[in-house]
Write a protein that binds this ligand. Sequence first.
Ligand code: GLN
Length: 536
Amino acid sequence: MPSTKYVFVTGGVASSLGKGIISASLAKLLQARGFSVTIQKLDPYINIDPGTLNPYEHGECYVTEDGAETDLDLGHYERYLNVPTSQANNVTTGRIYQEVIFRERRGDYLGETVQVIPHITDEIKRRIKLLGSENKFDFVITEIGGTVGDIESLPYIEAVRQMRWEIGTDCVVVHLTLVPFLAAAGELKTKPTQHSVKTLLEQGVQPDIIVCRTEKHLNENLRNKIALFCNVNPTAVIESIDAESIYDVPLLMLDEKLDVEVLEKTRMPMGNTPELSKWEEFLFRLKHPEKQVVIGLIGKYVELKDAYKSIHESFVHAGASNHCKVIVKALHSESITHATAGDILKGLDGILVAPGFGSRGIEGKIEAIRYARENQIPFLGICLGMQCAVIEFGRNVLGLKDAHSTEMDPDTTNPVIDIMEGQKSVSGKGGTMRLGAYPCTISENSRAFDVYGTPDIRERHRHRYEFNNAYLDLYQKAGMKASGINTKDNLVEIVELSSHPWFIGIQFHPEYKSTVANPHPLFVNFVKAAITYSEK
Ligand code: GLN
């Protein structure tokens, strides 16, 4: 077997062109040809990970099996490839510098001046090659965050330049740019692409393939022009037209032969004809729904779709699996009160209360849950959403008027949600929550058991607070059952209401594990329950 090939994906002209989707689509095509592929994201910011970033800054924080808090693009990688990622798949400038400075203090560089080149670039290259070591993968696709020309991304581009020099055709550079359509001129314009390739050239990197994001088709002339000005073959100018769904992009890239270009440039055999029948089936179901439901997503970052990225995508998977169009109506929890709940929530076939931190919007979440419980509307509460369901039940069913989480009200006399024992001594905020996959045992004769069809599951977590077991008996007797438990630490992971058609709260995040190939059973069943509700 030839050695691992490295594909670098850079971006130019503008941010948000979809480097993550292009990287994941290319990976999907190579995987469908029988190659083993992994993807990595290098983020140029100084935070060690996005765990401490506000969703307004960086969208959702995605959590891997091994408990890494990572960029949301890793979610795309998993959803497309159905292969778990890990800490090694996301590296930030903060992490690179932390490692180099740690080594400097240890004395590894005694006598030397520690510099961006070679010390920082060597560490970047080490992180890239780490995934290729042991020849586990035929391809490592490394997406470089940011846009070429940014000061922050210079060391990464320099590392690409060096790797290219060192390993030649074992490496290929794909540059994603924008070809804007100027309505006034009635034309697509190539100049921004030319400039962005020039910027890359100034940094010593000649891209091999140029992927052009565009809203109109690129004609032959335009492709030839880009090829000529940017020193690539016309076949290496790939059109990436705006698509109806991000899940169309692998097939669009297949038509444009992005995978073939990469295989030729890296002198790899073509492999099998890409096997994408399951993917096509999924797309067909997605585009030909037979019914429709409206789900309310109650959160506090609703104006920003990226803040709940994995939840939205899980609904896409679950919708397709149910032949159903799922309209997710994002609703601001701050606007929901006892008086407004009926007006705001009427017409919904299901209510999902989102994860979150802090007290903003918390009372609205609790009101939405009361509405779902009293009106027998299917309900799914994720992490903070589950904790709010416990608070709501405490206040409105058990009559514990000040029931709360000690996260929001440290002085409550009824701390039904309380800080986990292991969290009490933790003071630092970065990477210190209960993170990653933990086992959970589901009791038979429960809704959760019907959903999963097995008593043993593993789901991913990201929280500091938990159900307070001092209240467990009281809750169970009144009808809120703890149907999933982490038996090792005796933590309640799933609660459900026996007197409700579909009411589940989970302390973990199922949305991180839903993929095209394996839509998550909780979302699939929740949508099914919403369909049943809508048909009543
Ligand atoms: N803030 C809650 C906790 O830390 C819930 C976290 C979440 O929803 N991810 O326990």
